[in-house]
Design a protein around this ligand. Sequence first.
Ligand code: SF4
Length: 284
Amino acid sequence: MFCQNCPRHCYTERKFCWAPDNIKIGLWQLFYGEEPSISGKNGSGAIFFSHCNLRCVFCQNYQISQLNQGKDITDKEFLEICYELKNQGANNINLISPTVYHRRLVKLLRKLKEEKFPLPIVWNSNAYELRENIKELRGLVDVYLPDFKYGVNELALKYSQAPNYFEIAQQAVLEMFLQKPRNKYEEGGIMKAGLIVRHLVLPSNIENSKIVLKWLRDNLGSEIQISLLSQYTPLYKASLFPEISRSLIQKEYDEVSQFALSLGFKNIYFQELSSVGREFIPEF
Ligand code: SF4
């Protein structure tokens, strides 16, 4: 038996991500560290899933993504958490790193739909996903928030053990764009539906960022909302790789920002280097 939740198609007895069959959550809370149209003033209703289909050496959530922390929960408890976050005033339900629970989440999102759950559902993923799985999310997910990490496959292999990342992420993001070609906002600027493509700028790897940005502009156009993340922090195993064992410097971030502007992108979230780092890294 093969797992169909992501492009790795593991034998179910030898899972790359070690995710259990039921859902496992590292943390759920109102969260203020996302883009302004996601967090807003009230906060995003963040559900941080345990386990991940990438093994990024610099993962800022490594305790839950790779070190097995978290709590198994039932489907009923998952639905209760969504309602609890709504009652706390969350702007949305922000499913963070949901891919390894794809099948189960499709079922649960259908249930929320049937119950006319009123908040937008945000699919906050690493883009290493099957296009046909993203197709299944049509009508269930309101906002796609993929982090398009790599345009250079050698880097994806080296830092995240992810073969063919670039081609796989392209297909996933194309499908997201097909479903959400235009962004819609509520009064107050919170996103109701749409797509924000993130990109985490890695130190010493500026060309990687440029390849991702160029592909996005050529294939999705310059009107899409992009978000250039400067928050890279050399956590977990990053110190084993000298070139990424430091934070990003302003010059690198500026070069990537200028390149995005030169490509004609009109909607860019920039991030202040001084305002990031560990501030928005949750305590697991
Ligand atoms: S979700 Fe996990 S078990 Fe399933 S294919 Fe992906 S890495 Fe393998």
